[in-house]
Design a protein around this ligand. Structure first.
Ligand code: T4K
Length: 358
């Protein structure tokens, strides 16, 4: 079976060497030396102010909402992984969906202002597939209406926009270091805070039950990660550029074969992209289902990232209409893309897709 993705793994002995050090240190979690080193290395690698290493990308979203003390309505994208919405709901805020732009598939900034009410406190938008949201327009709107901005940047590790890390835009960006991501720590996530030291301190407390020594400052949670996870991150980080380059080659090959028959989201100018997924948009949902079935019969797994459009989740209190997102979500399919994938496999997959479509 060719899977839709496959975790990158470093050389066995590189990881074992780090595990041996963990055994020697006898320090296995709670902000140990590898966790601190990983935070330092990622901060340097991505050129960001700092990184809070967390248990996963979902906790990164939860802690961001808590840290900013958000209440009321949070404007968000209907086209994302479900965690973007569930974090808003778990934090007792109301998700208000603003439809996406049909080219980038990110929230459409020109539709945000119409959704702002007196209860709106923030915008939580996803750089879906690592494609930058229109961060400049969003910043202007947020400033005008005094809103906080969180970017769900789970897919955006290594993406640059206008020469700087995409994570440096907005008040906070959240990352996922899940096994399926191009950089991973098995399970893991991160917060990049652009609002300075005071908020950094709050996030550090929130991650660790809200206490320090004998002082209990606020109601925190356990969102720490372990030394074993950090060790995996330290092993994987040096490969990130190679991983992105390989993905780029695979994506170019897919594009070469498929460009004239399927639609693809567009990457804004001045973006250094990371090739984190390979989504294609079919003419109809029926065509998508046909292709998916044929590929499956040929032992090729694909995924409907992201379906359904989140505004249609069955547990929402109100129904909100996002026609573009609903339409795209019904027609978008991600093809296999990962470091170990051979160019010949990409050719095989892409020609199968072609066969069904024409
Ligand atoms: N925000 C956004 C925008 C996100 O996309 C995500 C997560 C989050 C927030 C939350 O971050 P985390 O809390 O997860 O850190 C996957 C991932 O679990 C999830 O991290 C990811 N986004 C989402 C888009 O996809 P599934 O349920 O599709 O994963 P799963 O287990 O079906 O894996 C996909 C394929 O990968 C498998 O068919 C085979 C392969 N695989 C997977 C694993 C775990 C392997 O070969 N080996 C493995 O160990 O959710």
């Amino acid at each position: 079976m060719i899977l839709v993705t496959k975790p990158f793994l470093p050389k066995n002995e590189e990881y074992i060497k780090k595990v041996n050090t963990i055994f020697e240190n006898n320090w296995i979690t709670n902000n140990g030396p590898f966790s601190q080193k990983l935070e330092y290395e990622i901060t340097n690698f991505l050129e960001i102010p700092s990184l809070h290493f967390l248990s996963n990308g979902t906790m990164a979203l939860h802690l961001s909402i808590k840290a900013l003390d958000l209440k009321g309505e949070v404007i968000t994208s209907p086209f994302s992984f479900v965690a973007t919405t569930t974090s808003i709901i778990w934090e007792k805020c109301t998700p208000v969906y603003v439809d996406i732009h049909p080219d980038t598939l990110c929230i459409d900034p020109d539709k945000i202002e119409a959704a702002i009410t007196k209860n709106t406190t923030a915008i939580l938008a996803t750089h879906v597939y690592g494609i930058p949201c229109d961060v400049e327009k969003i910043e202007i709107i947020a400033k005008k209406h005094n809103l906080k901005v969180i970017y769900d940047a789970a897919h955006a590790f290594g993406v640059k926009f206008k020469g700087k890390s995409l994570l440096n835009y907005g008040d906070i960006s959240t990352l996922s270091f899940h096994a399926t991501k191009l950089f991973h720590t098995v399970e893991g996530g991160g917060i990049v805070n652009n609002l300075g030291e005071k908020l950094d301190k709050k996030i550090t407390l929130l991650r660790n039950f809200g206490f320090e020594g004998d002082n209990y400052y606020l109601a925190g949670v356990n969102a720490k990660n372990s030394e074993f996870h950090a060790a995996m991150g330290l092993c994987n980080l040096p490969y990130v550029s190679e991983i992105i380059n390989k993905r780029k080659k695979l994506v170019c090959k897919y594009n070469e074969i498929l460009a004239d028959i399927v639609q693809r989201p567009s990457i804004p100018k001045e973006t250094e992209y990371n090739y984190s997924y390979y989504p294609i948009i079919f003419k109809t949902a029926e065509q998508l289902l046909n292709v998916q079935q044929v590929l499956l019969e040929n032992k090729i797994q694909t995924r409907r990232y992201f379906f359904p459009s989140l505004n249609n989740l069955p547990y929402l209190y109100t129904s909100q209409y996002c026609p573009i997102s609903e339409n795209i979500a019904s027609r978008v399919l991600c093809l296999p893309l990962y470091f170990d994938l051979e160019i010949e496999m990409v050719e095989e997959i892409a020609y199968k897709v072609r066969e069904v479509c024409i």
